[in-house]
Design a protein around this ligand. Structure first.
Ligand code: SF4
Length: 292
């Protein structure tokens, strides 16, 4: 991390020396929340919750980020690799269905070392929950350590990706990352209780005014990996509560039923299996309380 090239930003920040890259994080791990979480997809949250570890910072920095309380810089608690490994094992002991590392891409090499320590002691799957804006060569560090990939695939058009996250190359990097994830996990595997044990679940958040872009995202996914091998989580929980007044006008409202159903119909036509969200999910109430 003295010349950090971990993610597609490739900003080369000297994080070992205390410099902050676009992810706004030094080399030291900052953790914002470690707790069971009940609002992931049903085969991930189950009845006992998903064992989430939320990391501070993010290389993407979407204008509408619902976790912006923790994604915009150094917050939470600094943890050594040993302390984090201990905390993960303690979380597993609470009976959660999995260990879910949320937005850890800017710590991938460090987290790979932590996973090497804890993985032999875990009987539950490890989930890598990310923005999808990742490098295949960085993801290779996680091979054999991550059982379930849970990436976003946010945008297709360079213009939308640029306006929302200042990454016009988002779709091409997300495609390459998704291919690497599916290569590592293979097809989805569920246990006898319907909980996901292995595989890749792609999340797509439908944005207001952007249904055609959503359709292009689904088509890109379908032409990149075997649709039957993955699951799609089609999300409608977008809420304008987190978008600043300077964000594009279309982001200042919720997604309509017409827009969501339009995208869902295309997902069905393309043969995706997976998860849909209720209209009532579009509320800030589902954002974890990071201060608790
Ligand atoms: S992880 Fe952070 S510092 Fe490293 S390349 Fe990405 S944005 Fe830059």
């Amino acid at each position: 991390m003295s010349d950090c090239m971990l993610c597609p930003r490739g900003c080369g920040a000297d994080r070992e020396g205390g410099a902050l890259g676009t992810c706004r994080m030094p080399a030291e791990i900052y953790v914002a929340r470690i707790a069971p979480h009940y609002f992931e997809e049903p085969p991930i949250s189950g009845t006992r919750g998903s064992g989430t570890v939320f990391f501070a910072g993010c290389a993407l920095g979407c204008v509408f980020c619902q976790n912006q309380e923790i994604s915009r810089g150094v917050v939470g608690e600094a943890m050594s690799e040993a302390a984090l490994a201990e905390a993960i094992l303690a979380l597993a002991d609470t009976g959660v269905h999995n260990i879910n590392l949320v937005t850890g891409s800017h710590y991938t090499d460090t987290l790979a070392r932590v996973l090497h320590t804890v993985k032999p002691h875990l009987k539950i799957p490890v989930v890598w929950n990310s923005s999808g804006y990742e490098l295949p060569e960085t993801l290779k560090l996680l091979e054999g350590l991550v059982d379930i990939y849970l990436p976003d695939f946010k945008y297709f058009s360079p213009e939308l990706a640029s306006v929302c996250s200042s990454v016009p190359d988002y779709a091409d990097f997300a495609t390459a990352a998704l291919r690497e994830m599916v290569r590592q996990t293979g097809a989805v595997v569920f246990d006898e209780e319907g909980m996901l044990r292995r595989g890749t679940v792609v999340r797509h958040l439908v944005l207001p005014g952007c249904r055609q872009d959503s359709v292009e995202v689904l088509r890109r996914i379908a032409e990149s990996v075997p649709v039957a091998d993955i699951r799609l989580s089609l999300m409608r929980q977008y809420t304008p509560d987190f978008a600043p007044p300077s964000a594009p006008k279309c982001l200042q409202r919720r997604v309509t039923s017409f827009e969501y159903d339009f995208v869902a119909a295309e997902a069905e036509r393309l043969g995706f299996e997976g998860f849909l969200q209720e209209k009532s999910s579009a509320t800030a109430a589902y954002t974890p309380k990071f201060t608790e």
